[in-house]
Ligand binder design. Structure first.
Ligand code: NAD
Length: 448
């Protein structure tokens, strides 16, 4: 059993802390956001993640997880300290590392024994070394000599499946120059790795870069497919069939080949931009990063234009939006494609009826000030009297919606499917004018 502190209790920090407590460690999750800590201490979660609430309740009840907003309560005596701090982008696309360095200073002001400092935040190559320097300098300012080691341990969890991703990770990256820290980390992660092959040990720079490389690779697959979907529409091919054909190749694989309205969230867009910025600064630019981002942006625009083109003019048209979060099973709205579509539709005079199974409270906070928006209680109410339904996020409950019922509630049977969730023939049979991504309309298909 180790005594662990996780600095930053957001999506990564809270999941990490709860999972480490689940396997028997004594964990303190620390955050400077007092409101967040109060929410957690009152038994609630500041965000939605499947299975997390039950896990947190269990480990809090077992007295293995606690929350605080005070460094003085969380740092002294701990063995391992994780950084799970935000690393947003500055205007020039460089990473804003102020949260990380402030935490390093606050840590150094309160630490009183040897500890392993583990960085889980996604940071440009060289940052973990700079964290070491920042801690060292602060310790010297205090006149203290306390030994510590640093480890880069980038996080690969996906929102929506974060708990299972953390409990059963594909791989665990450990970048360090300390055998002592490595031993401690291998011991800590033993319960999470089925075999020792899953723990990949490397130098700090490689570990930091690997995180960006993984996200850029995933983003490139999505943008590749989105671009190909556009080509399918022009050539009369079906992206679903093309996807199946290429995904069957074991060298390519099936995952991350779904066309749609582009990727969002707090990681993929940010990390591709940060990688591009890092590469440019080093005189090693790569036009592929530009293309990934450009295609992603264009994909949302093309989808909006599909809607606009259908109506000619959106003035006074009522649209139902199904799904607002950047992907299903999360309430995270950061860089969600829904936000762009909402903005464009409102600019063109549309009235919107919005529904998301989980993200409504966050959406209300973000969008309440806007006019011509109605927040619906479910997908059926959202569809009432509308000129079209726009499927933005592929939540499971939308997949099984009762379209007979919906067909009666809507003003016009029109469906824009931004995630290719539905069978085009079934939608046509239900009498819907159905538009998706990279597929011809059923009425345009040649029949024999
Ligand atoms: P988040 O914004 O949800 O949480 C970060 C938390 O840190 C916030 O609660 C904030 O109040 C707190 N914080 C800021 N400064 C602090 C300080 N000085 N001391 C204590 N707490 C402080 O962020 P996140 O989504 O958990 O991401 C954290 C890092 O992990 C980022 O670098 C991100 O790129 C990376 N990452 C995120 C995901 C994801 O799916 N969200 C996945 C992999 C990696």
């Amino acid at each position: 059993m180790k005594k662990i502190t996780v600095i930053g209790t957001g999506y990564v920090g809270l999941v990490t802390g709860a999972c480490l407590a689940e396997v028997g460690n004594q964990v303190t999750c620390l955050d400077i956001d007092t409101e967040k800590i109060e929410t957690l201490n009152s038994g609630n979660l500041p965000f939605y993640e499947p299975g997390l609430k039950e896990l947190v309740h269990r480990v809090v009840k077992a007295k293995r997880l606690q929350f605080t907003d005070k460094y003085q309560e969380a740092i002294p005596g701990c063995d391992i300290c994780f950084f799970a701090l935000p690393t947003p982008l500055n205007e020039d696309e460089s990473s804003d590392l102020s949260y990380v360095f402030l935490a390093a200073k606050q840590l150094a002001e309160t630490m009183d024994n040897y500890l392993v400092v583990v960085n889980k935040s996604t940071v440009p190559v060289g940052t973990t070394e700079k964290i070491r320097q920042a801690i060292q300098e602060s310790l010297e300012e205090r006149g203290f000599t306390i030994a510590f080691d640093i480890v880069s341990n980038p996080e690969f969890l996906r929102e929506g499946t974060a708990v299972s991703d953390s409990m059963k990770p594909d791989r665990i990256l450990l970048g360090t120059d300390s055998t002592k820290a490595l031993r401690a980390m291998k011991e800590l992660y033993a319960s999470f790795s089925e075999s020792s092959d899953q723990i990949l040990v490397m130098d700090i720079a490689s570990s930091e870069l690997a995180k960006y490389a993984a996200n850029a690779m995933l983003a490139s697959r999505i943008s590749f497919m989105n671009n190909l979907a556009g080509l399918c529409e022009k050539l009369g091919a079906n992206i679903k069939d093309v996807r199946q054909a290429i995904g069957a190749d074991k060298r390519i694989g099936k995952n991350y080949l779904d066309p749609g309205i582009g990727f969002g969230g707090s990681c993929l867009p940010k990390d591709v931009r940060a990688l591009r910025s890092m590469a440019k600064k080093l005189g090693h630019p790569f036009c592929m990063y530009d293309s990934i981002l450009e295609i992603n942006k264009r994909q949302q625009k093309i989808f909006f234009e599909k809607i606009l083109h259908y109506f000619g003019n959106l003035e006074g048209k009522t649209l139902a939006f199904w799904g607002l979060s950047f992907k299903p099973d999360t309430d995270d709205l950061r860089e969600a494609p829904s936000l762009y579509l909402i903005q464009k539709c409102l600019e063109h005079g549309a009235l919107l009826r919005l529904f998301d199974p989980i993200a409504m409270p966050k959406a209300k906070l973000l969008l309440n000030h806007l006019e011509n928006i109605h927040f619906a209680k479910d997908e059926y109410e959202a569809a009432e009297g509308t000129d079209a339904i726009v499927l933005v996020t592929e939540w499971k409950q939308f997949q099984f919606a009762d379209f007979e019922k919906i067909g009666v509630a809507v003003h016009n049977k029109v469906l824009f499917d931004g995630r290719n969730q539905y069978c085009d023939q079934e939608m046509a049979a239900l009498g819907f004018d159905y538009f998706s991504v990279g597929r011809k309309k059923v009425s345009e298909m040649a029949m024999t």
